[in-house]
Design a protein around this ligand. Sequence first.
Ligand code: ADP
Ligand code: MG
Length: 445
Amino acid sequence: MSFKTWFQPIVPVRLIEKDLTVQVPSQFFYDWLEEHYNTLLHNTITAVIGETSSLFYIVTSEEHPSAPLANSGFDLVSTTIDFVRTQPFAPHVPLRTENLQSIRSNFNPRYTFDNFIKGDCNQLARAAALAVANNPGGTSFNPLVFYGGTGLGKTHLMHALGNHAATNGKAKRIAYVSSEKFTVDFVEAIQGDKVKEFSSFYRSMDLLVVDDIQFFSGKEKTQDNFFHTFNALYQLGKQIVLSSDVPPKELRGLDERLISRFQCGLTADIQPPDLETRIAILQKKSEENSLELPSNVVDFIAANVKKNIRELEGCLISLFARASLENREIGIDLAKDVLRVIVNDLRVPLSIDQIQKIVCEFFDIPVDLLRAKTRRQEVVIARQTAMFLAKELTNSSLKTIGLHFGGRDHSTVIHACQAVEEFLKTDGVYKQHLDQIRRKIELNE
Ligand code: ADP
Ligand code: MG
């Protein structure tokens, strides 16, 4: 009899690791179970799932008769239920999530998807952010965790996601917070006896974005509060987005429970930008600021500033600041002066033309002859040497190199490279010459 009345109506919703979530028909039902069957439930669940297991309840609101949860998805849950959590088996104050006002807390409208440059380095993270922004809580990317080194675009992407979700009306209540601010506010809440308000605020969000979670490290009480916030939101099918400077599993000083929660959605990395992405970012940023940046300066900066995007932006700002303060033209010379302060080992991308010039100076022949048809011995040697060095020192393809030598075929370039390798093995004087030319090229940089 008891079983039929009190246990048959319980609907299992999900089991994630050791956390079992069940749906019950009413608040009264929940109270009754907790009061009369708490020990029985506890013992049974511990026996079946194991120690440290937890039971979570979803209570279907009486005004909105329950629809079967199994196939109705999260949306229904969030609009028609009150939510009660027990952790473990101690009821908390139910939190109403209905009729709350829209809120958009702390998002920076300057960071959008439009001004976020796509590259191989951030492709997955960007695609996931866009999917989540279009359907917060409705994808399997929950939580969505971005990780990557500093200055690679994590914060930008998180704001873009929030702005997009707010604009397309998919999330009414959204908040961005860094883990540091969350910690400080939590401590203040404890001191001001406002923990309940603090928790309700974050637990009422449709989309909660928490940046730099590595700073939760070692802060146990904050972590505990965040753990409960996380669970509360997760159970309601609300979207959680996090970022970290390392993959979640490498986070130190964080509770294992939290780390395993972080890993149940999608973890997307952001890598340092490749050359093409760096070039695209420089072009975009100078366009945004209506500034003219000659393409050789773009190439030069992109070739030298590789670590992160914040540094790229820093270079651009210094470049334009110095150009206007010192009244100088924006060119390679100014760029070199700016970058010297930032980059230890400056490299100017070498052009095939420069190599040809230096090789011809060394062999004392006019540069045009390299492009001409002449097969005079000294010209052939100079031409083959220049082709060899162009292959060694630039990223140009064989085809491009051939084109710079009077439209010669790529097989001619291959032949030239083989010839030079042969000279290097057999001709000591030639080897010395080549070393001297290389040194001249280095000095010229
Ligand atoms: P992180 O949070 O990973 O340390 P940020 O998001 O603060 O990095 O990015 C640093 C700067 O670089 C910001 O000004 C941001 O707008 C810019 N940035 C990063 N990635 C991109 C990108 N893919 N396209 C355009 N700007 C970017
Ligand atoms: Mg950041």
